[in-house]
Design a protein. Sequence first.
Length: 212
Amino acid sequence: MATFEDVAKGVLEGNAGKVKALSEELLAAGEEPLDIINLALIAGMNEVGILFKAGEMFVPEVIASADAMERGTEVVKPLIDAGDMPSLGTVVVGTVKGDLHDIGKNLVKMMLEGSGFTVIDLGTDVSPENFIADIKEKKPDILAMSALLTTTMLHMKDTIELLKEEGLRDEIKVIIGGAPISQDFSDEISADGFSPDAISACDLCKRLLGLA
């Protein structure tokens, strides 16, 4: 019979077919859907995060693990009432205006979802006005902005300034990341934090929300 540890191992291996099949087997055996999410799928992604930070896993492997977790979640999620779905908090993610790069953003999204966050992905080339509109509508806990170009990174500052103008700055934490971004730049534009990679972004979100 399948165990939670078997599913977690499948996530770690990035074996989507195995994770899907084992998740179905656990459900058929009467395991609670929320337990499969927390004790198997998220547990596996937590281990992925540890190994990635230690330099023992690399981006392609992390993406495969995130995909495997998603396959398992697709099996389990329909059996969970929306109000019962665990969430550490809501994060709006997007690549800033003028920038179409999304690999880093997508990896952050996958790792946040794998850690138990609800993620609203606005995609790429997101203007400050669009960020603000979604923040007003969705009321997330955190805004995560990405930029890969030095020519677009100043739109992060524009977005934070617009948050201030709209009276929203104190209601949301703002984190930033991307190749040209540094802690000095984060401090300069008054962001709440900077993350050099997807795993660190998850840790940062947890710290900002008092979860770690």
